[in-house]
Design a protein around this ligand. Sequence first.
Ligand code: KG4
Ligand code: ZN
Length: 320
Amino acid sequence: MHRIFGGVVPEIASRAHLTAIVPVVERALAEASTTLRGIDAVAVTNTPGLVGALLVGVSFGKSVAFARGVPLVGVHHMEGHLFATALDHAEAVPPFTALLVSGGHTLLLDVEAWGRYRMLGSTRDDAAGEAFDKVAKLLGLPYPGGRHVEALAKEAVGSEFRFSRPMTRRDQRLGDADFFDMSFSGLKTAVLHAVRDARLLNPPEHGADPQRALRASIAAAFQDALVDTLAEKTYRAAQIFGRTRVVLGGGVACNRTLAARVSERVTPLGALVYAPSPRLATDNAAMIARAGLFRLERGDIAALDLNAYASLPLPGLVAA
Ligand code: KG4
Ligand code: ZN
């Protein structure tokens, strides 16, 4: 459905949640060889996101918790992404530097302990995944475009294009507002100009694409600029806080070039990079369950008036 409309249409997404939630929960329980009777608590993400879609989960979660008489836990979606990598890698635990890169968010955090997060920087405009999706559209690739841009970029042999790395001037100092912050809308515009200047057309529906190499070249140059920016900001955070672990999360963490570039950049600090496997990097319920378990153990139980919110700050933020 998202593909047909070239993005997420909120009303359609909410309706799809409504029709999917019961069969999805039934299937998840069946695959885990259990039933609702085997459930000790219900964790549900209630922010941030599209309220219509979130409300379906929140209402359903409340009903199950109420009917079964078990605790209900509200989970911040981005805290879920933070916990996802630890499901794959037992060593991906605090303290660490975290780079969360999804379709809606780009957050750079210092994680002292689970539940204690220092927000260092975020994007001032487009999220990293959003930039990938918009560039995919400019290049005539399907939605969501991140993995298509990555695949196309692999075909490039060098690139005659080079885009500047946003907000990475060498004279930036700790304390400057743009030291950790990011911005990707200018990069997207630079890609738009390159696409126009190169007179790039949409790829033909059938047959060979005569502009494929050109398309790949632009994809590679875009990915390079974006990944370099993320790697530079992550390096700064790891270096300043003396962290030896860097945890990547969110859909864009599937990108192998990102993981490799961050790794190259922080290796001189003696730091290791942990990236989640694709099924845990992109949105999933396991990460919400894991973060929910942490909140449950802390006694952060929600009342039955739990609501959905388009945007709330991450819980556990400590002063910058
Ligand atoms: O975390 P996520 O699944 O959903 C949100 O919470 O937004 O992230 C989805 C985003 C999309 O923008 C998608 O294009 C991007 O992750 N993405 C990638 C790759 N795989 C998914 N971006 C770059 N390279 C990839 N391989
Ligand atoms: Zn997400």
